[in-house]
Each structure stands twice: as C-alpha cells, then as structure tokens.
Design a protein around this ligand. Sequence first.
Ligand SMILES: C[S@@+](CC[C@H](N)C(=O)[O-])C[C@H]1O[C@@H](n2cnc3c(N)ncnc32)[C@H](O)[C@@H]1O
Length: 252
Amino acid sequence: MSLKQRMPFLRWSVWRMARGTRNITTTGQIGDGREAAAVEYVLNHARAGDPDDVLAAFDRFAYHKAILINVGDEKGALLDAAVRRADPKLALELGTYCGYGALRIARAAPAAQVYSVELAEANAVNARRIWAHAGVADRVTCVVGTIGDGGRTLDTLANEHGFSTGTLDFVFLDHDKDAYLSDLQSILGRGWLHPGSIVVADNVKVPGAPRYREYMRQQQGKLWNTIEHKTHVEYQTLITDLVLESEYLGQS
Ligand SMILES: C[S@@+](CC[C@H](N)C(=O)[O-])C[C@H]1O[C@@H](n2cnc3c(N)ncnc32)[C@H](O)[C@@H]1O
C-alpha cells in the first residue's frame, strides 16, 4: 500500500470530500462529480457480468483517482462474512450511493433478492447502471426514499416488494448515522425481522452512531447479540472505525 493510501490527508480528493460533507446529507453526493466519474470508470474498465471485476474497479478508482464513501474493501470483507452467516433470501441496505455495497451483498448471497433504499434519485440511476453491468439487475433493486418518510417507503417495500412478517434476513445500515436507530426501530415495528436475522452497521465510530451503539450495548443478550468489529475508515489505514454486527434474538 502506498503512502497516499495509508495517509488519506495527502490526497486532494480527501480534502475535497471534507468540503463536500454537507452535500452528502442533501444530494447524496460529494459535489465534485466523482460519483459520475467512478461509474464511467467502472463501466469502461470492468468486465460486464463480472461482479468481482466491477468491485475491484471501484476499489482502484477510490484508491488511485478520488476517494469514495463506499463501504470499501476492508469493511466490505466484514460485510461479506456477515452476509454469508445470514445466508439471506431477502436483504435490505439503507444508503445505496453508487451501488457498491448492494453488489457485495448480492455477490455474497447468490440466492438473495437485495433491496437498497436511497434518498437521492441520481445515486439510484448510477447504481442501476452498475448492477446492470455486473449482471445482477434482476435481483438488486433500488427504492428511492427514506425509512423516515412517514411510511411511504416502508409501504412500498411491503406492497410492491413482498416484505412481510419474518421475511427479512439481513439489513445493512449505511446511510444517515443519526437515523440508524430510529430506522431499525421502524423496521422492527413492521415485524419483518426474525430470530437469526443479522443487522450490520457501518461507520459506528466515524462519523459515529453513538445512540445506536448504546442501544445495542443495552440490548446485549436481550433483543440482540452484537459483535463490534474494529476496522478502518474506507480506503485508508490511518483512521479507525467500528462495524457492528448484531443478531436479532426476537422478543422473549
Ligand atoms: C455511505 S453512502 C452508502 C454507501 C453504500 N452503502 C456502499 O457501501 O456502497 C450513504 C448513502 O446514504 C444516502 N442517504 C443518506 N441519508 C439517507 C436516508 N435517510 N435514507 C436513505 N439513504 C440515505 C446518501 O445519499 C448516500 O448515497
């Protein structure tokens, strides 16, 4: 790994990203066109129908051209392992971005239908192009909306995509860090999880989801069993992060 990869502050794209952090919560993008550039790069450099090559092209772009806020390769390996443990038929991601995380879930669970909820239409358009290129468009779907939009998106998942009691095997939380806990509680409220369902939460240390972490600590051995994975923020090794993997135990 090069010095620039280990030391993110030596990369201009990291400083541009720091300036664009405010954009992410409203537009879902950094604001300098890097997501569109990443998608074009992947479509031009990765073999069609090859999820491994598509993910590798994203990782190359993020290391060598402009950093991206995908879950990335290091935390992605933790995500893959959790998906394999859950062996899902139905999986849900919150926060699509360019489609990288959902593609990792689909690759690790070849029999799963994967849904990804994203607030920004532009990200949904990008992600669908990526999934079509990777050959998984028939089982990976982006729903534009948020879990906190008063029930509209939850109803869409239920009425149009078959989410119902006890059917949801795997959830990946990777969107608005302040919404992790309330969105998980909304999903719990619908009764979609079953004992053994697994929820993975990214960025619990950086930018941080303290209320979610505290909830999982309080529920340890009651509603949830949680493992805290120590890892690094995506695409560098200087800043540490936490990924939480929680198994739902069900109501006793
Ligand atoms: C860190 S990125 C997701 C990365 C993606 N999971 C991956 O690994 O490739 C966060 C994404 O969440 C979206 N987002 C932010 N708040 C959201 C919300 N409340 N509901 C759905 N998506 C949201 C942003 O637009 C952005 O695309």
